[in-house]
Design a protein around this ligand. Structure first.
Ligand SMILES: C[S@@+](CC[C@H](N)C(=O)[O-])C[C@H]1O[C@@H](n2cnc3c(N)ncnc32)[C@H](O)[C@@H]1O
Ligand code: SF4
Length: 419
């Protein structure tokens, strides 16, 4: 039986000072003036139109992601959050995260973001080696990240994440360890440790830098994981580590196949219609200019709402839930997909036999081996194209759902709305 899961709100801010050569997020170099007022108004229209879908439901978290939301001044964020509070019911203590690029922060800004309602910050540090930051096309140096962290503490925003990448061009184990030490010294409560991946369509895909080999990146992952563990940061997802009580509620909701409204250019949403027995995906126009135009012309509303076909739900669920170190309960699968456990039981049993999944009572999680080869595990849940689709029997191979075709199913890097 399909049950209504918790609901969150994702807000996308699509501009950056400069596009980084490795990044395939929906982010665009800002040319000219930031149309701050117009964009916030578009977000408000978008939210007002989607708020009906949240009627009677509490919103457990808000994530202001990008792109670079910290390009927007605190007054703009305050207007948006006040509007959200008027149109949605925020759960008491709801986590409100703002992504910040250390190169965009004027002194004193964090105190104002906090006054606007931001309760958590995610700082894009990436590395603390200035030459490496330059090679990554970053607009800031390590000192700016250190200053930003000091300002976070001074503003009372002690609950902050640091995004760090490893497997960088020219990086060895000692350099990856140094980066982690620098990050830990800034006193974050959460650390996202992403392996640099080369994504198609990026500058790095056209001119690939020389990266450390798999053996070297495996050693970095292992050594940094051990160091994080010793410092009280438990790994709870492929790339996420947190001290006790500081896991990111917003991302946990994605990984447990919860619902979320997605507003802003290119934002995705997921909504469960339990009465209709459907899970819907919503997508907004990706290109910022077109998004702005569509919000002005239509007065708001999700431009695209599509039901997720039942046969794609097991894959979509596993793509999220198996990222979690603790895995998931059978009851979560059945209540959030509306499908009986038998839909996947045989495949799960095979994966358990192969040592890729561990079953403990009604809980299933990836084994250390399964975690390493998560792509292969996930491929088992990709729906097959029906034989009636006009292919010969021999050519029928598992295909990813349209939304994922052409993309790596899983990487250690940040993906989708998830940061
Ligand atoms: C969308 S960015 C938002 C943060 C902010 N725009 C910044 O970069 O400072 C989220 C994070 O994704 C990670 N990321 C983006 N592209 C990546 C890639 N190709 N490989 C690994 N991590 C990546 C970076 O660590 C980045 O901080
Ligand atoms: S990594 Fe962050 S700053 Fe760089 S282009 Fe992507 S979203 Fe913008």
């Amino acid at each position: 039986m399909l049950e209504t899961p918790p609901l969150a709100l994702y807000v996308h801010f699509p501009w950056c000072v400069r596009k980084c050569p490795y990044c395939d997020f929906n982010s665009h170099t800002l040319h000219g003036e930031l149309e701050e007022r117009r964009y916030i108004e578009a977000l408000q229209r978008d939210l007002a139109a989607q708020a009906a879908a949240a009627a009677g439901r509490e919103v457990i978290s808000i994530f202001l992601g990008g792109g670079t939301p910290s390009l927007f001044p605190p007054e703009a964020i305050a207007r948006l959050l006040a509007f959200a509070r008027r149109h949605l019911v925020l759960a008491p203590g709801a986590e409100v995260t703002l992504e910040a690029n250390p190169g965009t922060l004027e002194r004193g800004r964090f105190a104002e973001y906090r006054a606007a309602g931001v309760s958590r910050v995610s700082l894009g540090a990436q590395s603390f080696d200035d030459a490496r930051l330059a090679a990554l096309g970053r607009i800031h140096c390590a000192d700016e990240t250190r200053r930003a962290a000091a300002e976070l503490h001074a503003a009372g925003l002690e609950n902050f994440n640091i995004d760090l990448m490893y497997g960088l061009p020219g990086q060895d184990l000692a350099a990856a360890r140094r980066d982690l030490e620098e990050a830990l010294a800034l006193g974050p409560t959460h650390l996202s440790h992403y392996q640099l991946t080369i994504e198609s369509g990026t500058v790095f895909a056209g001119r690939p830098p020389r990266l450390p080999d798999d053996e070297a990146t495996d050693r970095m992952l292992e050594a940094c994981g051990e160091r994080l563990d010793r410092s009280g940061f438990a790994r709870y997802e492929v790339s996420a580590y947190a001290i006790d009580g500081r896991r990111c509620s917003h991302n946990l909701n994605y990984w447990s196949f919860g619902d979320y409204l997605g507003i802003g250019a290119g934002a995705h949403g997921k909504l469960t219609l339990s009465d209709a027995g459907r899970v819907l995906r919503t997508t907004q126009m990706r290109e910022p200019r077109r998004y702005l135009a569509s919000m002005t012309a239509t007065g708001g509303g999700a431009s695209n709402r599509t039901p997720v076909p039942h046969e794609e739900l097991p894959f979509e669920f596993m793509l999220n839930a198996l990222r979690l170190v603790e895995g998931f309960e059978v009851g979560t699968f059945t209540s959030r997909t509306g499908l009986p456990w038998e839909t996947v039981a045989a495949r799960m049993a095979d994966l358990v036999d192969e040592g890729l999944i561990v079953a403990a009572g009604t809980c299933y999680r990836a084994s250390p081996l399964g975690f390493r080869f998560l792509n292969d595990v996930l491929l088992r849940f990709v729906p097959e194209i029906p034989k009636s689709a006009g292919q010969s029997e021999l050519s029928i191979a598992p295909q990813p759902p349209p939304a994922l075709a052409g993309r790596a199913l899983f990487t250690g890097s940040a993906s989708g709305n998830v940061k």
